[in-house]
Design a protein around this ligand. Sequence first.
Ligand SMILES: C[S@@+](CC[C@H](N)C(=O)[O-])C[C@H]1O[C@@H](n2cnc3c(N)ncnc32)[C@H](O)[C@@H]1O
Length: 208
Amino acid sequence: MTRWYRERKREHFYKAAKKEGYHSRAAYKLKQIQSRFHIIRKGDVVVDLGAAPGGWSQVAKELVGKKGLLIAVDIQPIKPIDGIVFIKGDMTKNETIEKIKNKINGRKINVVISDMSPNISGNYSMDHANSIWLSENALGFAKKFLKNNGNFVCKVFDGELLRDLLEKVKDCFEIVKLHSPPASRKSSSEIYVVAKKFKKQEEVAVEE
Ligand SMILES: C[S@@+](CC[C@H](N)C(=O)[O-])C[C@H]1O[C@@H](n2cnc3c(N)ncnc32)[C@H](O)[C@@H]1O
C-alpha cells in the first residue's frame, strides 16, 4: 500500500468519524471487529479499558442498547457520552478495579474490550513489552470478572512476546483469533486478539 493511499484511508476514517459524531476514528475498528466476530450483543454488560477519547465506548453503547451497561475506564478524561459510566483511573491499580466492581454491582461482565496503548517511547522492544503488560492486565481483569462464555478483545503491539500472551488467552477461551481491522493503519504494528467463549475456571476450595 502506498503512502498516498494510507494517508487517504486515514483521512477517510477521520472525516467519517467527524461527520458521524464519533470521538475518534478508532470507532471504525470496533465496528469492523464487531461485524466480523459479533462480540457484543444487546443487553450486555461491557467494560471498555483504555476508552479515551471514546469512539469505542460510543459504538459499544449503541450495540448494548438501553438495557445494557457500558463502563468506560481511562487515565485520561473523555467528553461525556450519553448513558455510559465513566471511571477515570489506571486499570492496573486495585483502587480502579474496586470502582469498576462497585459500578457493576454484582452483575457479571459479558464482554471486556481493551484498546489500551502505553506511552510510546520510540524504543520498539520497550513499547511492545509495555503493550503486552497492559494486555496481560486486561486479560487478568477479564478472567476475574467475565461470565462463562463471555468475550474479550484486546489490542497489542506485535512482537516476540505475543505468542506467550496468545497461549494464555487460549487457555481460557474456546475461540481465539488475531485480527487487523481495515481501519487500522497498515504501517501500524497494532493487532487485535479476539477471544470468544470464556471457559470459566472452577474455583478450587481450599481446606483450612
Ligand atoms: C488508542 S487510545 C484508545 C482509543 C479508544 N479506544 C477510542 O475509541 O477512542 C489508548 C488509551 O489507553 C489509555 N491507557 C493506557 N494505559 C492505561 C491504563 N493503565 N489504564 C487505563 N487506561 C490506559 C490511554 O490513556 C489512551 O487513552
